[in-house]
Design a protein around this ligand. Structure first.
Ligand code: FES
Length: 90
């Protein structure tokens, strides 16, 4: 039986060990971690993992990490129907 892994980000298949290793190598900013590990870039857009990673970062560094850097939802500029998205028409 293998070693148990604690999944932090299900969308990007990131473990607690991945996040802690990145922090140990100097990625101590939430935005840097996000870019390096793709945290919050999966289908849920970080709703599941982002605050968890924030807490891990705070615990490892002993510093408060501001919540202002939560990823924002970026809707289409104009409304697009699902039919249009699903069609082959250009
Ligand atoms: S769980 Fe991390 S982006 Fe969805």
């Amino acid at each position: 039986m293998g070693k148990k892994k604690t999944i932090v980000c299900r969308c990007e298949d990131l473990t607690l060990e991945d996040v802690e290793n990145a922090i140990d190598t100097g990625y101590t900013d939430l935005e840097e971690l996000r870019k390096k590990l793709r945290i919050g870039m999966g289908p849920c857009q970080g709703r599941v993992c982002f605050q968890l990673v924030q807490k891990i970062l705070e615990k490892k560094t002993g510093k408060k990490v501001p919540i202002k850097s939560l990823p924002k939802v970026r809707p289409p500029i104009i409304p697009v129907s699902l039919g249009t998205l699903a069609s082959d028409e250009k």
